[in-house]
Design a protein around this ligand. Structure first.
Ligand SMILES: Nc1ncnc2c1ncn2[C@@H]1O[C@H](COP(=O)(O)OP(=O)(O)OP(=O)(O)O)[C@@H](O)[C@H]1O
Length: 257
């Protein structure tokens, strides 16, 4: 299997807190990879380092063989890395459709002045953007709510639109920070199906943060386990569940599938 991403000796410090302490793992192309660990373990910090929101104090992150740490978040997006946030990052008063369209603006080549001069190119680009957005609406079954303002939607659907905003960027690697948080069992099942389809139908590598161990063990090909910023486990769900350090960190929680 090809490694799409390599995390090499990443450390990140906030004052006296070591949010990440010498973390190293890799993600294979075409897999569902999860980052798990108790509250405050450093999971979101890790995603922030990958997407470019945080700059680690040490280490390197390679995407398809290239060190991406010097790159800004929007440059990483253009490389094919998209992110859905734990706290929904949508415009509440805008419709689902407009939120998805807005998500693609970072990818637009034609600015306003340029579009005036090269009208044909801008129009072609607009059509392409619209097609991508329509694909996401179909894929995530958002047809019935396409014109609904996001803040009028129930939480579970808002989460789905947040995932859609990242998908609209047409990523090769998608970072999903707790896409199922606050969902009931059937909503989680539905989101799990969408995540599997991202991989199977769209060939997108998925990096997932999820607290529900049953869901995460069932979905993932590989996982990394963090605890107080340290990596305490890495491997297949079976390997991770048999790891004594992981069992200790999760004491009292059910670790079997
Ligand atoms: N911007 C920040 N400023 C200061 N401290 C931070 C910042 N971001 C994270 N931290 C600290 O880093 C540590 C790891 O936090 P992080 O949010 O990455 O954990 P997490 O595993 O995602 O937690 P949770 O499961 O609760 O979302 C925590 O001690 C947190 O308080």
């Amino acid at each position: 299997m090809n490694k799409i991403m390599e995390i090499k000796n990443i450390s990140l410090q906030f004052g006296g807190v070591k949010a990440l302490n010498d973390v190293s793992f890799h993600i294979n192309e075409g897999e569902i990879f999860s980052i798990i660990g108790p509250n405050g373990a450093g999971k979101t910090s890790m995603l922030n380092c990958i997407s470019g929101l945080y700059k680690p104090s040490e280490g390197e992150i390679h995407y398809k063989g290239k060190n991406i740490l010097p790159m800004k978040p929007h440059q990483r997006t253009k490389l094919g890395i998209a992110r859905a946030f734990q706290n929904i990052a949508l415009f509440g008063s805008m419709s689902v459709l407009d939120n998805l369209k807005l998500g693609r603006h970072t990818l637009m080549k034609s600015g306003f002045i340029k579009s005036g001069i090269y009208w044909g190119a801008a129009e072609k680009e607009e059509v392409q953007h619209r097609r991508k957005v329509e694909e996401v609406i179909d894929f995530l079954q958002l047809q019935d709510i396409r014109h609904t303002p996001v803040d009028k939607l129930p939480y579970g659907l808002q989460k789905r639109v947040e995932v859609g905003r990242a998908l609209a960027l047409d990523p090769e690697l998608i970072l999903l920070d707790e896409p199922m948080a606050g969902m009931n069992a059937s909503e989680k099942e539905e989101m799990s199906r969408f995540i599997l389809d991202m991989l199977e139908l769209k060939n997108i590598t998925v990096v997932l943060i999820e607290h529900d161990l049953e869901v995460v063990m069932g979905l993932s090909n590989h996982l990394v386990v963090l605890d107080f910023g340290k990596q305490i486990g890495f491997g297949t769900p079976k390997e991770v569940q048999q790891n004594p350090d992981v069992i200790k960190a999760y004491i009292g929680e059910e670790l079997t599938i």
